[in-house]
Design a protein around this ligand. Structure first.
Ligand code: 3HC
Ligand code: NAI
Length: 700
């Protein structure tokens, strides 16, 4: 007997209990334990049926991801499943919590499955760049049909137990105590003389599949899954499940997972899985820090950001007061919030009652006094230091002791804002991304004086409102926008030097960005940035040799999509069409400034845009603005759409090799000077040592 799994008998039922915290992942010890339990109970003539269940918060949550890429140890999962499937007496998997990946595959190797109604089941391997590699692609289609199985596996989303019962994944729901319910179910099977029901033997009726099913499915997901090899491999496995015998399908599945496991995409996604958990840990803030209660929130400003921020609180059931400077702005802001909710309702994603409930949690006001009892206030007024200071002075005078004062500033010095209050420890930056009710990222800006419990409370709050919180230090643009300035700065220079907007955008789209920076500019409105640059020149320093081309376009009335002309021209379908007029304007202006134009390769576009950002990221690590490379990666993936299968810019740099990245950075510094290619000693040291950002800790 091992500690990871134990077994006992209760009358005619043998019970195997897995106990391997935190999530009962299928480590070598767990696999060994289940195998030993099945063999022992199968050999015991007094046992007539077997129940497999787990202690702790969940059924098996999958393979042990920490074992991936390491030499195999212990019995392969396949062997465990075969022992289960070929046992001579029925095995019932009893599910609570989340039966995911290898966990569900283990349940599928059992002969019957029961679950508590709150359980979830799923095959999320695709999210790790993998496919279910322990029979999931062969057993699930046999159980629920190839059409539904394909969707479940390619989406990778968890399925609530009641729905899993309807689909046929789960045979029965158990109310009350799971162990007792599962034993009772097993006893019923024994009484009824129920057979061992091997999913592998269930036939698939291929004639019921719609014509061209697989070809149409491939077409349907092509855009969404570009750059990901896993979905295509999954489709091939399901095709095999339909066309080929079980063992042949298992062979194809095995080939698929072996290949995917070695792919950069899967390595990146597995890194992201742990990175998402790592960013929640702040080295000098203990996990046990007592949090401040957040029962009531407030937002200042009901503009583009304030409205979305307020919705986040309401979505999480936290009442929120929105304070504006004037009635008209307040009405407009609240109107937009209502419109957003009603749109979601129209799409069937929220009921009318739920929308009403959430709207009922949002109260508009013009009076600061109405903030007096808020536990947290998020300021989202104009990006202007004087306005922000004025607001924070008023908040200081109004708020109850212990209330958290947060600013949504994108660029301003949080320490300067905090200094106007008598309680800088309560001041923090909560930098939401637009649209604030949709984007998952929350940059949490830690001021010089921000109290640890304020930081810990805001990290927890991020989770409560469905965001991923990442800590950043105070500097111009914090982690993300500071790097973005380098990225877009290079795109601008490259335009001057001869590339067309369409060339730049399509290269960066091809790299995996959701949209190139110029098309993005057209979407957001070129006038917005132009206005900010002219109003706050200090916030947006411009390279005099390469002025911002967007500003030249705005001068010519080209504000982007809204004027049907920006970097592109637009028809009524809002499709971006390359415009020779823009190329003419740029060429003319470049000639005036004596900027030489030339052919620019895709490789140069990628290097300059991303390496400039990566070099800046390295400097943020040196300065302690970012805690770890993974914090930067999480920010770029969740806030800027960097492709997750490349693992974020810092992980990507490691896959390219820092020697190469550093050599290119040096080349561009020679060519363009220090303005946008400032020296990073960290990048240089790592490159010279033949290391990557993964090893950065040994170098600071
Ligand atoms: N392997 C190793 N460690 C795992 C793990 C896994 N499969 N799943 C979770 N953990 C670890 C986490 O890293 C975390 O560690 P930490 O406390 O040291 O940071 C701890 O368990 C708790 O995890 P969470 O913080 O995520 O806990 P939650 O309660 O929020 O979520 C969960 C629980 C829903 C199970 C979530 O952890 C999860 O989604 N896990 C991954 C599930 C998954 O992807 N399974 C498929 C694996 S691939 C596979 O099975 C291949 C097969 O086909 C052969
Ligand atoms: P906005 O101009 O859309 O909204 C600002 C709102 O604040 C206006 O409705 C205005 O009436 C109100 N306001 C001004 N002074 C006020 C005061 N003293 N009291 C109460 N309300 C007041 O601006 P937006 O875009 O929402 O930006 C707000 C903040 O969020 C800025 O600091 C900005 O840098 C930051 N931000 C903006 C992002 C964006 O994409 N728009 C993204 C992330 C941060």
């Amino acid at each position: 007997m091992t500690q990871a799994a134990t077994w006992e008998t209760q009358g005619p039922v043998g019970v195997i209990t897995v106990d391997s915290p935190p999530v009962n992942a299928l480590s070598a010890a767990v696999r060994q334990g289940i195998l030993a339990g099945v063999m022992a109970l199968d050999a015991d003539p007094a046992v007539k049926a077997i129940v497999l269940l787990c202690n702790g918060r969940t059924f098996i949550a999958g393979a042990d991801i920490t074992e991936f890429g390491k030499p195999p140890k212990g019995p392969p999962l396949r062997e465990v499943h075969e022992a289960m499937e070929y046992a001579s007496k029925p095995i019932v998997a009893a599910i609570h919590g989340t039966a995911l990946g290898g966990g569900l595959e283990t349940a599928l190797a059992a002969h019957y499955r029961v679950a508590v109604p709150s359980a979830m089941v799923g095959l999320p391997e695709v999210k790790l760049g993998l496919l279910p590699g322990a029979g999931g692609t062969q057993r699930l289609p046999r159980l629920i049909g190839p059409e539904r199985a394909l969707k479940v596996i390619v989406d990778g989303d968890p399925i609530p137990a009641p729905q899993a019962k309807e689909l046929g994944i789960v045979d029965a729901l158990v109310d009350g105590d799971l162990k007792q319910g599962a034993i009772a179910y097993a006893e019923m099977l024994v009484k009824d003389g129920a057979p061992v029901r091997r999913v592998r033997d269930v036939p698939i009726d291929a004639s019921r599949l719609p014509e061209n099913f697989f070809a149409d499915f491939r077409k349907g997901i092509a855009r969404k899954t570009r750059g990901f090899p896993a979905p295509e491999r999954i489709i091939q496995c399901i095709e095999a499940a339909v066309d080929k015998p079980f063992e042949e399908g298992m062979r194809i599945e095995r080939e698929g997972i072996t290949e995917l496991m070695a792919s950069t995409e899967s390595k990146a996604l597995r890194y992201m899985f742990f990175a998402e958990r790592e960013v929640a840990k702040i080295p000098d803030v203990p996990k046990e820090t007592t949090l401040r209660p957040i029962a009531k929130a407030a937002v200042l400003g009901a503009g583009t950001m304030g409205g979305g921020i307020a919705m986040n609180f309401a979505n999480a059931g936290i009442p929120v007061t929105v304070v504006e400077a004037g009635q008209e702005a307040l009405d407009r802001g609240l109107g937009i919030i209502e419109k957003n909710y009603r749109n979601t309702q129209a799409k069937g994603r929220l009921t009318a009652e739920e929308v009403d409930r959430r709207l009922g949690l949002i109260t508009g006001s013009l009076r600061y006094e109405d903030l007096a009892d808020a536990d947290i206030v998020v300021e989202a007024v104009f990006e202007n230091m004087d306005v922000k200071k004025d607001v924070f002075r008023k908040l200081d005078a109004t708020l109850k002791p212990g209330a958290i004062m947060a600013s949504n500033t994108s660029y301003l010095d949080l320490n300067e804002i905090a200094a106007v209050t008598g309680r800088p420890g309560d001041v923090i930056g909560l930098h939401f991304f637009s649209p604030a009710n949709v984007m998952r990222l929350l940059e949490i800006v830690r001021g010089a004086e921000t109290a640890k419990d304020v930081l810990a409370t805001c990290m927890a709050l991020a989770k409560t409102i469905g965001k991923i919180g990442v800590v950043a230090g105070v500097c111009h643009g914090f982690i993300g926008n500071r790097m973005l300035a380098r990225y877009s700065g290079e795109a601008n220079k490259i335009l001057w030097e001869g590339a067309t907007p369409h060339q730049i955008d399509s290269v960066l789209y091809g790299f995996g960005m959701p949209m190139g920076p110029l098309q993005m500019g057209d979407l957001a409105g070129l006038d917005v940035g132009a206005r900010a640059r002219s109003e706050f020149p200090d916030l947006f320093p411009i390279d005099p040799k390469y002025p911002v081309i967007a500003d030249l376009l705005v001068e010519r009335g080209r504000h982007g999509q809204k004027t049907k002309a920006g970097f592109y021209k637009y028809g009524d379908d809002r499709k971006a069409v390359p415009d020779p007029e823009v190329e003419r304007i740029i060429a003319e202006e470049a000639a005036k400034r004596g900027i030489e134009r030339r052919e620019i390769s895709a490789e140069e576009i990628i290097e300059r845009c991303f390496y400039a950002a990566i070099n800046e990221g390295a400097r943020e690590l040196e300065e302690g603005i970012a805690l770890r490379p993974c914090d930067i990666d999480i920010i770029w993936i969740n806030g800027y759409g960097f492709p997750s299968y490349r693992g974020g810019p810092m992980f990507y740099a490691d896959t390219v090799g820092l020697d190469k990245v550093h050599a290119a950075v040096e080349k561009y510094r020679q060519r363009y000077g220090d303005r946008s290619w400032k020296h990073s000693w960290l990048l240089e040291k790592l490159a010279r040592a033949g290391k990557g950002f993964a090893d950065w800790k040994d170098f600071v």
